[in-house]
Design a protein around this ligand. Sequence first.
Ligand SMILES: NC(=O)c1ccc[n+]([C@@H]2O[C@H](COP(=O)([O-])OP(=O)(O)OC[C@H]3O[C@@H](n4cnc5c(N)ncnc54)[C@H](OP(=O)(O)O)[C@@H]3O)[C@@H](O)[C@H]2O)c1
Length: 272
Amino acid sequence: MTILVTGATGTVGRRIVAQLAARGTPVRALTRNPAKAAVPDGVEVACGDLTEPGTLAPALEGVTGLHLITFGGDDQAPLENGRELVELAAKAGVRRVSVLSGWDETSVEEALRAGDLGWTQLRCVEFMANAFDWAKSVRRDGVVRVFGNHPGAVVHEADIAAVAVAALVEDGHAGESYLLTGPEALTPEQRVRLLGAAIGRELRFEELSEEEYRASMRAAGVDDDLIEFGVRLGAEPPPAAAVVLPTVERVTGRPGRTFAAWAAEHAAAFRN
Ligand SMILES: NC(=O)c1ccc[n+]([C@@H]2O[C@H](COP(=O)([O-])OP(=O)(O)OC[C@H]3O[C@@H](n4cnc5c(N)ncnc54)[C@H](OP(=O)(O)O)[C@@H]3O)[C@@H](O)[C@H]2O)c1
């Protein structure tokens, strides 16, 4: 049994690879650039591009479990070839699939729903890792500037990965759509305080107006669609964003990791 992880060098996929390797499950990491991919000892690396299914045959050889992302390319464009990807997986002998969905479903979820592979959908509102966006201004000025200060039950990437691992190695998760949250709903300001405590520096929190936010994003070269998305999220996050759910603990048997733990783990990225 080999599990192929796509997005294996990314925020969540990297954790899935590490957790599977740690439990001794044969795991193969898909990347477009094997020379740059750093994976734990014993993990196979396979070269392939999800937008070019013709490149995936060697990666899928002997694979019974598959973790899928739903975008391809550095602009994170939604995959449009879900049907082809799912057909290739089924032909290769894949029996269990976990899918990390984005905000909107893509051709990947559509194809899985229409097919007969056992698959588990993972959905999240906000990753704890988004706090990396604050690293530069924290290191430089000890300040975090955000638009919107609503509570969010941000989820640790390692917990998303742990749920994916459960879905890939255990029975009983096929057909489930898991909305994953962290163990507490925290405003950005509360997260900034916890981050300050973790790095031993008092941090300033500044709330931007919508106009200031737009201007700062434009200055950073962020494209218009992403700015509009940020404005919508900052002004009026979906109600689900602040609701703490027991899913991580129910599926993994351990409570979700806290933001304080995330901050301690990544403190070095926020220090000069
Ligand atoms: N951030 C949040 O708060 C949040 C909330 C909800 C949902 N999500 C969703 O979570 C997902 C992950 O987001 P992320 O920002 O953390 O991304 P990420 O995992 O850091 O994305 C990069 C990964 O995608 C791989 N990749 C990109 N294009 C590829 C292609 N054409 N073929 C094969 N692999 C490809 C990269 O592999 P190589 O470069 O090694 O080839 C890399 O491993 C997205 O669907 C996002 O919508 C995020």
